[in-house]
Write a protein that binds this ligand. Structure first.
Ligand code: NAD
Length: 472
């Protein structure tokens, strides 16, 4: 791990390390140390004691240089992501490209000053003064915790806005995929980031998570991961800012006027890219009953054509899921749905952590596979009569992250935008569509409504100060 740029824990043996395995081959690709509480405290102490003084130009330079390094090392980064997460080469290359985008957006956003000016003579009792705003970094340290599903891009979405706003961050990546985070931190140090501005601690969350949430130097906690841990963090954080990006159960809604070829392509891509492990993956396919037969046939054909297997094979469309227990969970949810009357059309075969893309028809919204977040390549198809029912089913889970709607009717589109209880509505696109720059995040159990995306994260990582001056 890296405490203010220093390599810590190398050579630590046995019980005090975490082994990371390639989910496809089962081979151990390396070990990372389990940080002690003292080490985590030291990381916060160093970060707190340091005041970053980088100019906007210097910050932009570091981010641009890191982006160039990411592009130079694209192949190595993709291989690392594939090795520790089992994501296929295509997914890994795509993720590395997204990381470069996050850096480039950070480098351009940092050049903008979004300060505002308010004249005060706006009402009869106003004065000849002006109120101005300016942003400053947090007084304390940002504590960041990331999930396994995008090993480097989730990390970039925390670290880049932190660097861009001159903050100091202590990051704990998922213990399942720690190497991508360490690699990313090393690129930033190499590009000239003052090491005090970023530490990466690895370890067992049962030992160190509470310290990451309650250390007195922590001003803000930014967390991406599952709902259960997100709510635990909310209960533990106390008087601190908390940004939570949690799970999703996103629908693609296909109306009777939709282009079914396009809709089925979006449905399949949204469901299986990144092995179905995206917070915004298509997790439910809601289709109007008059076109359900044709849509389902197309989804089945395109699912059969989705090649899964050895993640290192560049021709494969999908590698493994994160580990065998995850694959077993999908298998058991699908079996449960079939026992309750759903029809398995393709898939549900498993070998270790390799799980075939799976289509289930006749699914009812109450079945676990559709009600809970099934974080893998499973496509449950649910039929509905009309738009009222589509909206009711879509809103009927605890989640509210994103959605896709396939229709050209403006009356439908307007209703979906107004009535779906989600953070995003994408018309004729997958639910996950966005730029790394644009506001992103959910409501209900998917988050508290604070957005991420480079621009919004930079806002939430700063304190807004107002000052006023006489104006004559
Ligand atoms: P997870 O919640 O199991 O783990 C996330 C992180 O929390 C890991 O780093 C883990 O070590 C840490 N952690 C474990 N116990 C903790 C504790 N008590 N306190 C603090 N941190 C603790 O999630 P995961 O399985 O790695 O990721 C999958 C989940 O992440 C899915 O639910 C997915 O939808 C969600 N996700 C959400 C978004 C989003 O932007 N909304 C993006 C990606 C993933």
């Amino acid at each position: 791990m890296r405490i203010a740029g220093r390599q810590v824990g190398e050579g630590r043996g046995g019980e005090r390390t975490i082994a990371v395995q390639n989910p496809y081959t089962g081979e151990q690709i390396g070990t990372v140390p389990k940080a002690t509480l003292e080490e985590v405290r030291e990381a916060f102490e160093i970060a707190h004691g340091y005041q970053a003084k980088l100019t906007r130009s210097e910050r932009a330079g570091i981010l641009q240089k890191t982006a160039a390094l990411v592009r130079e090392r694209l192949d190595d980064i993709a291989s690392l992501i594939t090795a520790e997460a089992g994501l296929c080469r295509k997914d890994a290359i795509y993720e590395a490209g997204r990381v470069s985008d996050v850096l480039l957006f950070g480098a351009t956003e940092v050049l903008k000053d979004d300060g505002q000016i308010f004249s005060c003579d706006l009402t009869p009792h106003g004065k000849k003064r002006r109120v101005y705003t300016q942003r400053s970094p947090l007084l304390g340290v940002i504590s960041a915790i990331t999930p396994f599903n995008h090993p480097m891009n989730q990390v970039a979405h925390k670290v880049v806005p932190s660097v861009a706003t001159n903050n100091r961050m202590v990051l704990k990546p998922s213990e399942k995929v720690p190497f991508s985070a360490i690699f990313f931190a090393d690129l930033l140090y190499q590009a000239g980031l003052p090491p005090e501005m970023l530490s990466v601690v690895t370890g067992d969350p049962r030992e160190i998570a509470d310290e990451l949430l309650t250390n007195p130097h922590v001003d803000l906690i930014t967390f991406t991961g599952g709902v259960a841990i997100g709510k635990y963090i909310a209960s533990k954080a106390g008087y601190r800012r908390v940004v939570l990006e949690l799970g999703g159960n996103d629908p693609i809604i296909v109306m009777e006027d939709a282009d079914l070829d396009e809709a089925s392509t979006l449905a399949v891509q949204g469901s299986y890219k990144n092995s179905g492990q995206r917070c915004t993956a298509v997790k439910r396919m809601l289709v109007q009953e008059s076109v359900a037969g044709k849509f389902t046939d197309l989804v089945v054909d395109k699912t059969r054509a989705w090649k899964h297997g050895d993640p290192a094979d560049a021709s494969v469309d999908m590698g493994t899921v994160i580990d065998e227990p995850a694959a077993q969970l999908f298998e058991s949810r699908v079996n449960e749905a079939v026992a309750q009357g759903a029809r398995l059309l393709v898939g549900n075969q498993r070998r270790g952590a390799l799980y075939a893309p799976t289509v289930l028809d006749n699914v009812s919204p109450a079945m676990t596979v559709a009600r809970e977040e099934t974080f893998g390549p499973v496509s449950p198809i649910i039929r509905f009569r009309d738009i009222d029912e589509a909206i009711r089913i879509s809103n009927g889970t605890a989640y509210g992250l994103s959605s896709a709607v396939c229709t050209n009717r403006l009356d439908y589109i307007t209703r979906f935008i107004n009535e779906l209880h989600v953070g995003t509505v994408n018309v004729r696109e997958v639910p996950g569509y966005r730029l790394e720059l644009t506001p992103f995040g959910g409501i209900k159990d998917s988050g508290l409504g604070y957005k991420e995306g480079v621009q919004e994260a930079m806002k939430s990582f700063t304190n807004l100060k107002t000052y006023s001056l006489p104006w004559v």
